[in-house]
Design a protein around this ligand. Structure first.
Ligand code: SF4
Length: 306
């Protein structure tokens, strides 16, 4: 790669490429007159030797990242600004909403009137982060689209990845028991995860993966409009609440997220390894029940249990 190209320029180019990729523009070409153009040109094989040939009229997105052409991008002949100041002054109104979509991380006002179907359709066969390479199935989330209670876990495990449903393994069975202990049926609540694709070896999702995936979860939560969100485990709690503190510092306390009350408790998988923590979780769930106006179901007699 040309050593004279600056690193910030490449970062800017990469940001533009990601943005255009989201718009469905996956390749770039230059017309024979020499002006730079963007569009869905047919992809071409990578050039030999790993270096871009700038005299070639066509090059693919990866090559374009290493060329100065992307620093002055265009759509349909409209030159896009390349700095924030220029963007604010020059951006054509028809492109403004595309370049400045509302950020769910920066606004207290998530999009309204969205449905889970719209969000699922936007997600598509997502390749926004590297977890797509090893997943079997996207685990979008399941349950009542108007639930008062939403559970958020960390990410799919093996069983979830195979079935495309959250919390279906041993931990899922325990979660179902927890929900029923609250006097609810599983289909009355909504269950989702911070990331929708299984991390390899069940490792915790990494920062870039969470950054790519969590906006969809936030949109799901906004569309459902629950009263209460229960974070299951530290990964869910830390990411939803934006903290790096250990869950033991804030477990069982109430927080706000876009009008919903959020409480963190231990993950059912943790309870399988540490059954003594079940009492703590039951105390947390009872706090959620109090907000939701739920009374615990009557205890079954030993004859009914048999
Ligand atoms: S984890 Fe989320 S962002 Fe990453 S590929 Fe899967 S659905 Fe897309």
């Amino acid at each position: 790669m040309n050593s004279q190209r600056s690193y910030p320029a490449l970062l800017k180019a990469e940001a533009w490429l990601r943005y255009f990729d989201d718009l469905g523009i996956h390749s770039f070409y230059r017309d024979r007159a020499g002006s730079s153009v963007m569009g869905n040109a047919p992809p071409v094989p990578a050039l030999s030797g790993g270096e871009s040939d700038l005299s070639d009229p066509v090059w693919n997105a990866r090559d374009a990242a290493a060329t100065p052409y992307v620093a002055e991008p265009q759509i349909a002949g409209i030159r896009l600004p390349t700095s924030t100041g220029e963007r604010n002054r020059r951006l054509p109104p028809e492109l403004h909403a595309l370049v400045h979509p509302p950020s769910l991380f920066e606004t207290n006002d998530p999009p309204r009137n969205e449905t889970l179907e719209i969000i699922r359709s936007d997600l598509g066969e997502c390749t926004r982060c590297k977890l797509h390479r090893t997943r079997h199935t996207i685990v979008f989330g399941t349950g009542n689209p108007h639930a008062d209670l939403v559970f958020v876990g960390e990410g799919p495990g093996h069983d979830e990845d195979m079935q495309g449903l959250p919390f279906v393994g041993r931990a899922g069975k325990l979660l179902t028991q927890m929900i029923e202990a609250m006097g609810l049926r599983r289909e009355q609540v909504y269950i989702a995860n911070i990331v929708k694709c299984r991390p390899p070896e069940n490792r915790a999702p990494q920062e870039d993966e969470v950054a790519a995936c969590m906006p969809f979860l936030l949109r799901q939560i906004a569309a459902i409009g629950p009263q209460v969100i229960v974070c299951l485990g530290s990964t869910a709690a830390q990411n939803l609440l934006g903290t790096k503190k250990s869950i033991s510092h804030f477990r069982g306390q109430w927080f706000d997220l876009h009008g919903a009350k959020v409480i963190a408790t231990y993950h059912p998988a943790y309870l399988l390894r540490n059954p003594n923590a079940k009492l703590d979780v039951w105390i947390d769930l009872q706090k959620a029940m109090a907000i939701l106006g739920l009374a615990p179901p009557p205890r079954k007699s030993s004859r009914e249990r048999d």
